[in-house]
Design a protein around this ligand. Structure first.
Ligand code: IMP
Length: 177
């Protein structure tokens, strides 16, 4: 069941603008490739990269996610690989939300094996209380409590991605027997 708005449109826009500014000053002298982690990143990724004036290359990677559950299965499978050669490039990995950290840990492993010059992480949301693997987020939008959220790209069972605000999602209760 869709719950209250956790982060509204206006706050999302101002955070995207702040992150774009931080990134802009980091880009000087670099050879940037922005890699979005599909599908949750799409709205954040397009808003963010369009707010950056420096030309950047873009690409996408997709790994398996939660399916129709609100907890991670802990198994990450590569669904779509990048097509850009990242050797000696400065990679910015753009993720919607960092939860346990296992998805990003696996993706980092994969990207680092292709010898980029640097890899930095950009995430809109982070749930630090849920972290199981230490991940350093270089550019972070918001920290949130241990809530399951949907909207602005985030889904529950592929639903709710196109909501303009970020809402809490409350699992339906089993009916009493
Ligand atoms: P992690 O591997 O546990 O860090 O999970 C990261 C991925 O799980 C994210 O890219 C999302 O696809 C998904 N995820 C984690 N928390 C949420 C949430 O609250 N709402 C929707 N998807 C989530």
């Amino acid at each position: 069941m869709l719950g209250r708005v956790v982060v509204g449109r206006e706050r999302i826009s101002s955070v995207v603008a702040r992150l774009a500014e931080e990134l802009e000053s980091d880009l000087e002298g670099r050879s940037p490739v922005f890699i979005g982690v599909l599908k949750g990143c799409v709205y954040f990724f397009t808003d963010l990269t369009m707010s950056i004036k420096t030309p950047v290359e873009v690409d996408f990677i997709q790994v398996s996610s939660y399916g129709a559950s609100t907890t991670s299965s802990g198994t990450v499978v590569l669904v779509k690989d990048i097509t850009v050669d990242v050797r000696d490039r400065d990679v910015y990995l753009v993720e919607d939300i960092v939860d346990t950290g296992s998805t990003l840990a696996d993706i980092l492993h994969l990207i680092r094996a292709r010898h980029p010059r640097s890899v930095q992480i950009v995430a809109l949301l982070s749930k630090p209380s849920r972290r199981e693997i230490e991940i350093e987020v270089d550019f972070l939008g918001f920290e949130i409590d241990d809530l399951f959220v949907v909207g602005y790209g985030l889904d529950f069972a592929e639903q709710y991605r196109n909501l303009p605000d970020i809402h809490e999602y409350l699992p339906d209760r089993e009916p009493p027997v």
